[in-house]
Design a protein around this ligand. Sequence first.
Ligand SMILES: [Zn+2]
Ligand SMILES: [Zn+2]
Length: 329
Amino acid sequence: MRAMTLAGTGQPLVMADLPMPVPGEHDVLVKVLACGVCRTDLHIIDGDLPRKTSAVVPGHEVVGRVVATGALATRFRIGERVGIPWLGGTCGHCAFCVDHRENLCDTPVFTGYDRNGGFAEYAVADERYCFALPARYDDVHAAPLLCAGLIGYRAYRLSGVSGAMRLGLYGFGAAAHIIGQIAVAQGQQVYAFVRPGDGQGQHFALKLGACWAGASDTRPEAELDAALIFASVGALVPAALRATRKGGVVVCAGIHMSDIPSFEYALLWGERSVRSVANLTREDGEAFFSMIDRHPVTTHVQPFELARANEAIAALRSGVIEGAAVLVP
Ligand SMILES: [Zn+2]
Ligand SMILES: [Zn+2]
């Protein structure tokens, strides 16, 4: 099968002919229909995250059709469409797994990092960590739900916003454009913060229902009740704290961020909190898919052929993608 592989840190992905993956006991083998490109893939390629294997196939927003199953895999039938997310496996017995916090498992398996992901024609995944996908989304539009959607949802849930609150979204990319629609549908006022000078990003956010959109180094007049930071820029932490009211929460949703500059204690004072969100649990996934069943979202995607993965990555890096980049084998 053809796959885009990462041979060395910081290098472009290379098309390779790999042997067809063989499903393990609990695995499904899927023909990849679409796979989203996530900022985490950029962090893996750039070496911001420690390298785990000598050559990996990235991609953890995988929409695939089951073509074979392992001996103990009975959850999905041949021909069924499944979603493969970032969380590809957990130990099931560490303190975190036992405490329903499998997102923090001590020995997790991540798709497209610890095991090969979806920048390929075929992929295998442990079926116990896969999701059934709602039929209303076609393959390309379903892909960004699997990380941008899920992680965005976890960040949103942990921010504690409810009812008619003011929610700030820093970095209006794949995750924010999904969770922003859910927040608007739930009655929140969404404030979108984009890179200074990104007029197109502001326009995109307003089109999706944000009540305010502006540069991340500016502030709306009203104070935010909570802020979610999706951009990997540490300087946004004090910026978001400055825009957030007493008692409010700032959630850092990315897996990697540049260093956070020091800031005056007064920004944190007043019982403001800063927290991160790591990975996802399967419960988050089920809750997210049931939420978008009640509040359907429109995902905006830019498809690229698999062989053009490096172009998709460059486009994501430069911020020109409106919504999400998705690879189609
Ligand atoms: Zn565990
Ligand atoms: Zn991701």
